[in-house]
Design a protein around this ligand. Structure first.
Ligand code: DON
Length: 569
């Protein structure tokens, strides 16, 4: 025990020497004493910092950042989508707000199966792709429970940014250019997000007057405007006119759901994470549980041993995900069985220390009682932010439109894009969705049901004290990406910047491919091939952001590969 503690201290000081698979990031983490915001778009991060500096708490700042991102990061920030907010208050209590989109009342199990029996593209593009949006309700609920500043004050920066505009940076210009085909299919999206039919260029000013009006009404009248007021009426009328499914009744009935976060222990830390309809939180706890006791960490991060055991844990989780996970209101998700020590031991024991278990050799586990090609392009389709305030409250939010710029549809006169979250359901048992994920009954479409998600905002504590807030966008790779950053922090003692910048890997059982990000040691790769892994390169494995609290300081990291920003004071 004592030796382990001493070793941990040495590793923290000299990780490069002890762990050959690790090289420190060129960047050092940003540090701050009082409060910190880490977000994937710099203007929104600054909005959050201003709220903290003016005495707002982490929830106030989260509301302001959430609405600001709906203006400055339209590919993912949104009021037409949904997500999850995890908060751990300084008093040690944790809460989870599920504001995931819900299937409209007119949705049906086979609604995306074409006459040829194959899934259509309607779950991804156009008016029929959207679930009932939850973001406005989610932020309103969090604000009502834990906020301290006036709602309208928190929305004011977003309204101003939409009304007066902001300067398009290279990232936004690239995102719009990459999604031109999606955006030009819809006349309103084309008019707003393209300038005379061409993508905005970096340096140009982007104003969104219709969105400013919508946000202004939400600021003045609260979430009611979106779900029962002018916004609701216009949205439902546009849906009816274009063959969409969402009605005024769907909007009026939409609820953000308070759920109990999933919690588990790992190597002396407490992990607080997302419950179903997130598959991700259960995945994190299951994979940690399988890894625990394997000694996977002994050769350091990204060593053959670490990659092998972690990949095998990933494969087993994704097999279970395909069978057992869905919206718990509609399907009895066997959370306890899937996390029971006995079950985890069985899954762990099925790992061959020397060989890859092929995907075909892994099935969803037998519990008591009760390939698609992975889309290699990963852009900015979801977004995550972490906030810690001076009192020690921590918030982690992941929210999304699903695809980049969602369904590509902007509601005329309202200025915001709609989600294509219906694609996260299993449109047909065994047929892969956009992320290559398969599912069956547990995640079949039903009116009111919420599609299964990979998003997993997570907070880690130690001895009852905040240690880490972490999360990411990245589709099916969110869960594996966040897992690795947690392991890097806990087992390999990395600071958050090194942890998020370290190359990552991803395996989701089917297809039978282990994806490696650039930067792996070629000898490690060769050894993994020898063990039976089918390896392919990949650009991104999620885009992880983290804050770590230790020794009275906050340290923040956002990937050097991308455009996020860490700010603190
Ligand atoms: O909820 C989910 O799992 C997906 N809709 C997330 C999509 C996503 O992360 C796209 N990202 N880059």
């Amino acid at each position: 025990m004592r030796f382990r503690t001493v070793l941990a201290g040495i590793c923290a000081l000299f990780p490069v020497v002890l762990f050959p698979g690790f090289s420190a990031s060129a960047k050092t983490p940003v540090t701050a004493r009082h409060g910190m915001v880490v977000a994937q778009e710099p203007i929104a991060a600054d909005v959050g910092l201003a709220v903290l500096k003016h005495g707002g708490n982490a929830v106030d700042a989260a509301v302001a950042v959430g609405f600001a991102l709906a203006v400055t990061h339209p590919a993912a920030g949104n009021i037409g989508g949904g997500g999850f907010l995890l908060v751990r208050l300084a008093n040690g209590k944790s809460y989870f707000v599920d504001f995931r989109e819900a299937a409209p009342g007119k949705a049906s199990r086979n609604m995306y199966i074409g006459p040829d029996g194959k899934p259509t593209k309607d779950s991804l593009f156009g008016w029929r792709a959207s679930g009932v949006p939850g973001s406005v309700k989610g932020f309103a609920e969090a604000h009502e429970k834990w906020g301290t500043k006036k709602w309208a004050e928190l929305l004011a920066p977003a309204v101003n940014l939409a009304r007066n505009g902001f300067t398009v940076d290279k990232t936004l210009a690239g995102e719009i250019a990459g999604s031109t085909a999606n955006l030009e299919n819809d006349p309103e999206s084309k008019r707003i997000f393209l300038r005379d039919g061409k993508p905005y260029k970096a340096g140009e000013t982007f104003r969104q007057p219709e969105l400013a009006d919508t946000l202004g009404r939400i600021a003045a009248n609260g979430a009611r405007d979106f779900y029962e007021g002018e916004t609701a009426r216009k949205l439902a009328a546009a849906m009816a006119a274009h063959g969409g499914l969402i009605t005024e009744a769907d909007l009026k009935n939409y609820r953000a759901i308070d759920r109990k976060p999933l919690e588990g222990g790992y190597h002396g830390y407490e992990i607080i994470t997302a419950p179903p309809p997130s598959a991700g939180g259960l995945g994190i706890l299951q994979m940690l549980g399988i890894l625990n006791g394997t000694g996977f960490e002994s050769d350091g991060p990204n060593s053959v041993k670490a990659v092998h055991y972690t990949t095998e844990a990933m494969r087993r989780f994704y097999a279970d995900r395909s069978e057992y996970l869905g919206d718990p209101t509609y399907y009895d998700v066997p959370v306890q069985q899937l996390l029971s020590p006995r079950y985890l031991a069985e899954r762990r024991d099925s790992i061959d220390p020397a060989r890859a278990t092929p995907a075909a050799g892994i099935q969803p586990g037998r519990i008591l009682s009760a390939a698609a090609h992975v889309n290699q392009r990963e852009s900015s389709e979801t977004t995550h932010f972490n906030i810690v305030d001076a009192q020690g409250n921590a918030v982690a939010v992941t929210y999304t439109l699903n695809n980049s710029f969602g369904s590509g549809v902007t509601v005329p006169g309202l200025g915001f894009l709609l989600n294509d979250e219906m694609d996260d359901f299993a449109a047909k048992p065994g047929s892969p969705n956009m992320f290559g994920l398969i599912g069956a009954d547990a995640n079949a479409i039903q009116p009111g049901k919420r599609p299964l998600s990979s998003m997993n905002p997570t907070i880690v504590t130690r001895g009852g004290k905040l240690f880490m807030a972490v999360g990411a966008p990245g589709g099916s790779r969110i869960t594996t990406g966040v897992l690795q950053v947690i392991l890097d922090a806990i087992d390999f003692h990395m600071n958050p910047q090194d942890a998020v910048d370290l190359p990552r890997f991803h395996d989701q059982w089917k297809p039978d491919i282990l994806y490696l990000q650039k930067g792996f040691n070629p000898d490690v790769e060769a050894a993994l091939v020898k063990m039976g892994y089918n390896i392919q390169p990949i650009n991104d494995v999620a885009r992880v952001e983290a804050i770590i609290a230790r020794n009275g300081l906050l340290e923040g990291g956002t990937e050097s590969r991308h455009n996020g920003k860490v700010v603190g004071y």
